[in-house]
Design a protein around this ligand. Structure first.
Ligand code: SF4
Length: 305
């Protein structure tokens, strides 16, 4: 819906003149919030599989994973340009020389124009960023940082192991390496409200973030969050409240920040709660309708600030 908000697809078309598709890469990654460095249980919503639902085995070399996925995705979508997307767990939590090797393998694959690494704000130190920048050569790099909430109290409750201030510092460091920054946010964490959604938009706008993913909270079976949900200790806001928060978020967001998603795209077999029992596209449609009803669009309230 390019007239209501800037989609990531439109941002890529403007940059490259054609469609660009993501090729997932699965690294043998863990996370400092799971392995004892920052914490052992992980974030309260983090499941054992992480978020890489469509990934190949991490035992397959990076180059080979990309070639296999390219053979499938390329002809299916008539795509020739790709982003190597390191998605699952914390993809910069490796020694710098290992990180450089993964980066180089991806950068050398024909058709790969960008590399994108999903990670945490506390895993983008200078050594790692230097290794990635040097190994990426002329390929554009995006570091996707999980922030999830702009409310430090909420970050404590979900056991993130970092603060909003840590995120801001990480953004500035990544940008100093000439890399793009993406940000993940969950707009319906039980301790947050519409005000936090608007504040999140203002923060990422002020920081010059390039792209965002807004998620609906996904409660996977067996997680600490699932236990809290089943025990009635938390309440999830209604779908219409989520739609209002997402519309508020878009209105306060700078118009040149691209939107990669407005609801989580995850399988619901393993969930005790997922998207109020509807598809992500239905929620996206409701958010678009809400903007139309309000007569607003991305950035319509950003200009006033
Ligand atoms: S930072 Fe990511 S990988 Fe680590 S525990 Fe949290 S959700 Fe899981």
């Amino acid at each position: 819906m390019d007239d209501l908000y800037l989609t990531f697809a439109a941002q890529m078309r403007a940059r490259y003149g054609e469609k660009v598709y993501k090729l997932p890469v699965n690294l043998p990654a863990t996370c400092p919030n799971r392995d004892g460095t920052k914490g052992t249980g992980g974030c309260i919503f983090c499941g054992a599989k992480g978020t890489g639902f469509e990934n190949l085995s991490s035992a397959i070399p990076v180059r080979e994973q990309l070639e296999i996925n390219k053979k499938y995705i390329g002809p299916k979508y008539k795509a020739e340009l790709f982003i190597a997307y390191f998605q699952n767990f914390t993809n910069t939590y490796f020694p710098p020389e290992v990180m450089a090797d993964y980066t180089r393998q991806a950068a050398e694959v024909d058709g790969v124009v960008e590399l994108c690494f999903a990670t945490r704000p506390d895993c983008v130190g200078d050594e790692i960023l230097t290794a990635i920048r040097d190994a990426a050569g002329d390929k554009r790099v995006c570091i996707e940082l999980g922030l999830q909430s702009v409310n430090n109290e909420t970050l404590k409750r979900i056991h993130r192991g970092h603060t909003v201030e840590d995120y801001v510092e990480a953004v500035r460091r990544v940008q100093s390496y000439g890399m793009d920054v993406g940000t993940h946010l969950i707009l319906n964490l039980p301790w947050d409200d519409r005000e936090h959604a608007a504040r999140a938009a203002k923060l990422v706008s002020d920081l010059g973030i390039d792209t965002v993913k807004a998620h609906t909270l996904y409660i996977e079976k067996g997680t600490e969050l699932a236990h809290m949900y089943e025990a009635g200790e938390i309440e999830i806001c209604s779908r219409s409240e989520y739609v209002s928060r997402a519309a508020d978020f878009l209105e306060h967001l700078r118009p040149d920040v691209s939107i990669q998603r407005l609801a989580s795209r995850v399988p619901n077999e393993d969930a005790v709660f997922c998207n109020w029992g509807t598809g992500w596209w239905k929620i996206r449609d409701l958010i678009e309708t809400e903007l139309v009803i309000r007569g607003s669009r991305q950035g319509s309230k950003w200009r006033d600030e």
